[in-house]
Design a protein around this ligand. Structure first.
Ligand code: NAD
Length: 416
C-alpha cells in the first residue's frame, strides 16, 4: 500500500478495527467497499464560449443506519479514491456521533479558483442534473466541503427543486440561512473539535486556558478554530497558522480576529503584520499544546511523525494522519482526536438542518450550540469508555465504536 492512497488507508483502518472487534468475514468485506457509486462526465459551457469537460462523482458508501450524507469537494486533485475514502469516513463519523444517517461523499475534479461565478453556477446545476435522481432527504444528502460554499448549495437546491417540481430544502445542507440553512452551521466543525479538546483537557487534567495552539490550513474550519479555541476554552495563545500560500508565527501570540481579517482581505495569512514566516512543515513540528491540522489529507506521515511535539492533535481535516504516523504518535503519548470524531460537528449541525427543514420550524443559535455540545460530549465519552477496555490508540478505539454500530445495523437488516 502506498502511504498515501486515502482509500487504501481507510480500508487499512477498518481492517484493524474489524480484527479487534472480531467481525465476521462477510460483514468485514461488505464494509470495505462503497455500496454504490456514480461517475459522470459534465460538459460545461465556459464564459469564453468554449466547452470544457469535467469528471464528477457521488459515492453512497453505506446506508444501514439511514440515508447517506456527505459533502461535495471541488478540487483539482479529486479522484474516485479520495471520494471513496471520504465517504467511508462519513459512515464512521455519523455513527460515532450517533446520528441516524449513513455516509456518502461527492465531488468534481476542477479548480474553482479558475472558474467565474457564472461557470460555477452552471457546473453546480450540471452536477445536480447528472445525479439529482439519486439524491433526496430519504436517500442521500450532500453538503459543502473543500472549495464548495453555501451559494453552491443554494444553486444545487434550486436545480433539484426545478427537477422534482416542489420545495425540498432538506435535500442538501449548508445552505444560506434565508433559504433553510441552520443557525450555527458555519462554525460547527471547528466548534465540535474545540468541545472535544475541552473534554480531552479534563481527562488529561490540563490547564487548557493557558494552552498554546497552532493551525495548519486557515480555511473555514481553521479560521473558526482560531477564535473559538480561546472563546470556548477561556484563553489560549495562537502561535502559528498557515494556508496553501504560506505560514506565519509569533510565539507571543497572533491576534486571531485580526489574522482572520487579514486572510479575508489578502487571501492568505502570509505577511501578517507582527509575525515571522514559517513553513507548513515547521508549523506541524512546533512545541505547542494543541495542534489543529485543518488543511487536506496526508500532513502527518512516517516522515515527520517523530518530530511532532503537540500534546493533543485535534484533526479538523479529514485524513491528515497516515496509519504509520498514527503508531508513532501513539507511542509518543500524543492524544489524537481522530478526524471522524473531531470534525463531526459539521455533519451534526447539517443533520440538525435536515431535521429543521423536515418539520419546517427553526431553532435558535443557543439551541444549536447546546444540542451540538451534548452530541460531541457524548461521542467523546463513548470513545473514552471504549479506550479503557480496548487499550489501543484513539483512532482505532473510535473506529471500534463506529464500526460496531454500523455492523449491528447491517445485521439487523439481514444484509450479512
Ligand atoms: P477550506 O477550503 O475552507 O480551507 C482549506 C484551507 O487549507 C485553505 O485555507 C487552504 O489554503 C489550506 N491549504 C490547502 N493546502 C494546504 C497546505 N498544503 N498546507 C497548508 N494549508 C493548506 O476547507 P475547509 O472546509 O476548512 O476544510 C478543511 C478540512 O476540514 C478538509 O479536510 C475538510 O474535508 C475538513 N472538514 C471540513 C468541514 C467543514 O464543515 N468545513 C467538515 C468536516 C471536515
Amino acid at each position: 500500500m502506498s502511504e498515501y492512497n486515502p482509500f487504501a488507508i481507510a480500508q487499512a483502518q477498518l481492517d484493524e478495527a474489524a480484527e479487534r472487534l472480531g467481525l465476521d468475514q462477510a460483514t468485514h468485506e461488505f464494509l470495505r467497499w462503497p455500496m454504490r457509486e456514480y461517475h459522470f462526465t459534465l460538459p460545461l459551457r465556459m464564459d469564453s464560449g468554449t466547452t470544457k469537460i469535467f469528471k464528477g462523482y457521488r459515492v453512497q458508501y453505506n446506508n444501514a443506519r439511514g440515508p447517506t450524507k456527505g459533502g461535495l469537494r471541488w478540487h483539482p486533485d479529486e479522484t474516485i479514491d479520495t471520494v471513496r475514502a471520504l465517504a467511508a469516513w462519513m459512515t464512521w463519523k455519523t455513527s460515532v456521533v450517533d446520528i441516524p444517517l449513513g455516509g456518502g461523499k461527492g465531488g468534481i475534479t476542477c479548480n474553482p479558483k479558475e472558474l467565474s461565478e457564472g461557470e460555477k453556477e452552471r457546473l453546480a446545476r450540471a452536477y445536480i442534473r447528472a445525479v439529482g435522481r439519486e439524491l433526496g432527504v430519504h436517500r442521500d444528502v450532500p453538503a459543502p466541503d473543500v472549495y464548495t460554499t453555501p451559494q453552491i448549495m443554494a444553486w444545487m437546491m434550486d436545480e433539484y427543486e426545478t427537477m422534482v417540481g416542489h420545495s425540498h430544502p432538506g435535500m442538501i445542507t449548508g445552505k444560506p440561512i434565508c433559504i433553510g440553512g441552520s443557525q450555527g452551521r458555519g462554525d460547527a466543525t471547528a466548534r465540535g473539535g474545540v468541545y472535544c479538546v475541552r473534554e480531552t483537557a479534563k481527562h488529561l487534567d490540563m490547564d487548557i486556558a493557558k494552552a498554546t495552539y497552532a493551525i495548519q490550513g486557515f480555511g473555514n474550519a481553521g479560521q473558526f478554530a482560531a477564535t473559538l479555541h480561546s472563546e470556548i476554552l477561556g484563553g489560549g495563545t495562537l502561535v502559528a497558522a498557515s494556508d496553501s500560500r504560506g505560514g506565519v508565527m509569533n510565539k507571543n501570540g497572533l491576534d486571531q480576529a485580526a489574522l482572520v481579517r487579514h486572510k479575508l482581505e489578502t487571501g492568505s495569512v502570509a505577511n501578517f503584520p507582527g509575525s515571522k514566516p514559517i513553513s507548513n512543515e515547521d508549523l506541524l513540528e512546533l512545541e505547542v499544546d494543541v495542534l489543529y491540522p485543518a488543511a487536506l489529507e496526508g500532513s502527518i506521515t512516517s516522515k515527520n511523525a517523530d518530530n511532532i511535539k503537540a500534546k493533543i492533535v485535534c484533526e479538523l481535516a479529514n485524513g491528515p494522519t497516515t496509519p504509520e504516523a498514527d503508531k508513532v504518535l501513539f507511542e509518543k503519548g500524543i492524544y489524537i482526536l481522530p478526524d471522524f470524531l473531531a470534525n463531526a460537528g459539521g455533519v451534526t449541525v447539517s443533520y440538525f438542518e435536515q431535521v429543521q427543514n423536515t418539520y419546517n420550524y427553526y431553532w435558535s443559535l443557543e439551541d444549536v450550540h447546546s444540542q451540538l455540545d451534548r452530541k460531541m460530549t457524548d461521542a467523546f465519552n463513548a470513545v473514552l469508555e471504549m479506550s479503557k477496555k480496548a487499550k489501543a490508540h484513539n483512532r482505532l478505539v473510535a473506529y471500534m465504536v463506529a464500526v460496531s454500530r454500523v455492523a449491528e445495523a447491517c445485521k439487523m437488516r439481514g444484509w450479512v
